[in-house]
Write a protein that binds this ligand. Structure first.
Ligand code: N01
Length: 518
């Protein structure tokens, strides 16, 4: 939305093609009960004053409906809808070697839409391609079965139902919190426990927001100055530099403030020192164990030995997760000890028993970063497909473009700080940079602009080197390790938001030396 706004404002003729029927992106698709953002507002907003001056949220961490309403209002205030083609999924984008245009096709209910365009920006999100595991019999289930990102738009009654949920990532945690209290029976099929930390949700009054608005410009500016773009940052001290008592007091403070503070507001050696990471895990385990009264469940949810380094899989924010999973109507099945054998017409059969279900929820995540791109027939120079280009592993230049694919840009994609940043802020940074480059090219009458191969190789190597060692010790979606058969590698930029912005800025200020133009 931000790029579209900047493009229109800059006088470009453009069309936003969107598979959904409305604005919202991830929030359009993820309609499972409990879906909410875990970035606090106003950080999770665009910086333009006309968008925030009259906008108020009911909660610090808004839910899906409020987020959809927000993005709808952004579309209205910026008058974007007339540039949009909804309900169309892009099927192909082919570079014209002679025309220097992209030929794009998109499928919609009424037929195929075709367009040619000087530039193409893919804003496909980090996690838009659902991952459905290959479980025997999944198509035989006679009840409702869906991925969290494909929850029915008009809702699904879970009250009084027997519900099974496979997966305990951020989506799993959120849906479990909502469904556990109302379901007759909830069975959670867990492979890896979620090292969730407290969200500390609270209601927001209009008055409180009105008086805080004078500080919004500073809040938005600060999103460019911290590692993740949040209002807090890593503690520059190492864990061992503090005494056990100082550490305890520091962590207690972060824990009670909530949000991601215990994670990306903690000691900066979390990802670099195993000892530091173990100490953080021990504190986490002590805190959550106090809330898990059932000792059997405690062993499954907060084991004595960490399942992976703390933070190496995306930490989730929880509100009452430990209390809900401890309810008598909630079972946790450890699929490492009791694997799922098949899905039957009436439920799930594991190695040890069967679970009769009315609803089966696949909270099994996404083929992140690249999955959405690989669904599209994207062909660059010499007809090279993006599938071929990324066959040996993902490569990009500055996390915004790819060598051999002229005039192609992307946002939130591979090699950007997508997993560790505030999304609206990243949209502004990347979108603003891309549109500025396009304006420059228009002024110079450049019709072909492509990253140099050596620059893309060097940037991709640089991104690999930035990844802290402990992060590599989990089978996370950051690495593509959650998808069987996917080439694993570093998909996220781990240098932090300020360093990323600096890399973009330098390239532009030097006149884009790492691009060839024609
Ligand atoms: O997906 P995930 P997600 N059998 O990949 C399990 C964003 N997000 O949708 O860890 C059994 O994290 C898998 O197990 P394991 C956020 O960035 C944000 O929850 O691979 N289990 C894991 O537990 C987030 O990180 C928000 O061992 C299987 C789960 O499924 C990202 O989206 C809310 C399995 C997948 O977890 C993705 O989160 C929601 C199998 N065959 C999402 N296959 C907010 O802002 C997979 N699993 C709040």
């Amino acid at each position: 939305m931000w790029s579209l706004f900047r493009l229109v404002e800059s006088g470009f003729r453009c069309k936003l093609i969107e598979a959904g029927s409305d604005f919202g992106g991830t929030w359009y698709w993820n309609r499972y009960p409990g879906a909410r953002v875990d970035t606090d507002v106003p950080s999770y907003e665009f910086e333009l004053e006309e968008l925030w001056k009259d906008w108020n949220w009911p909660e610090v961490f808004p839910g899906g409906e409020d987020l959809r309403a927000y993005f709808k209002s952004v579309g209205q205030k910026l008058d974007l809808r007339r540039h949009c083609l909804f309900d169309h999924a892009v099927r192909s984008a082919h570079w014209g070697e002679i025309s220097h245009l992209w030929n794009v096709t998109a499928d919609g209910a009424a037929g195929v839409y075709e367009a040619s365009s000087r530039h193409v920006i893919f804003a496909l999100g980090t996690s838009a391609q659902p991952y459905i595991p290959n479980i025997k019999g999944l198509d035989r289930f006679s009840g409702h079965c869906m991925h969290t990102a494909r929850w029915p738009r008009d809702g699904l009654e879970t009250r009084g139902k027997r519900v099974g949920i496979i997966g305990t990532g951020a989506s799993g945690v959120q849906v479990i919190q909502e469904v556990g209290p109302v379901a007759e029976k909830l069975t959670v099929f867990q492979r890896t426990p979620n090292l969730a930390i407290p969200m500390r949700q609270r209601a927001l009054q209009v008055q409180e927001q009105t008086s805080a608005k004078s500080s919004y410009p500073d809040i938005f500016n600060n999103r460019h100055g911290t590692f993740t773009g949040f209002s807090y940052d890593f503690n520059p001290r190492k864990t061992e530099e503090d005494t056990p008592e100082q550490r305890e007091a520091f962590w207690e403070g972060l824990w009670s403030l909530g949000g991601f503070r215990f994670f990306v507001g903690g000691y900066h050696d979390l990802f670099f020192s195993k000892e530091a990471n173990d100490l953080a895990y021990a504190f986490w385990r002590k805190k959550v164990s106090e809330r898990i009264r059932d000792p059997k469940k405690r062993d499954l949810l907060a084991p004595a030995i960490s399942p992976h380094p703390f933070g190496a899989k995306r930490v989730s924010l929880e509100q009452n997760y430990w209390e809900v999973v401890c309810q008598d109507n909630v079972d946790i099945v450890d699929v490492n000890n009791d694997p799922i054998v098949e899905v039957t017409a009436t439920g799930v059969r594991t190695a040890k028993r069967t679970y009769d279900l009315d609803i089966l929820v696949l909270a099994t995540g996404f083929d992140a970063y690249t999955g959405s791109y690989l669904q599209i027939d994207i062909r660059g120079e010499e007809g090279r497909t993006i599938q071929e280009h990324w066959r040996e592993g993902v490569r990009s230049y500055l996390g915004t473009t790819v060598n051999k694919f002229p005039n192609l840009w992307f946002m939130y994609g591979p090699h950007s700080p997508g997993a560790f940043s505030v999304m609206p802020a990243l949209a502004e940074v990347q979108g603003g940079w891309i549109v500025d480059a396009m304006k420059q090219l228009r002024a110079e009458n450049v019709t072909k602009f492509v990253a140099r191969t050596n620059a893309a190789e060097a940037y991709s190597q640089h991104v690999r080197e930035l990844a802290p060692p402990l992060l590599l010790q989990a089978k996370s979606w950051y690495l593509g390790a959650n998808i069987p058969g996917k080439v694993q590698g570093i998909h996220d930029y781990f240098g932090g938001v300020p360093a990323y912005i600096q890399e973009l800025k330098e390239e532009a200020e030097k006149g884009y030396p790492n691009f060839q133009r024609a």
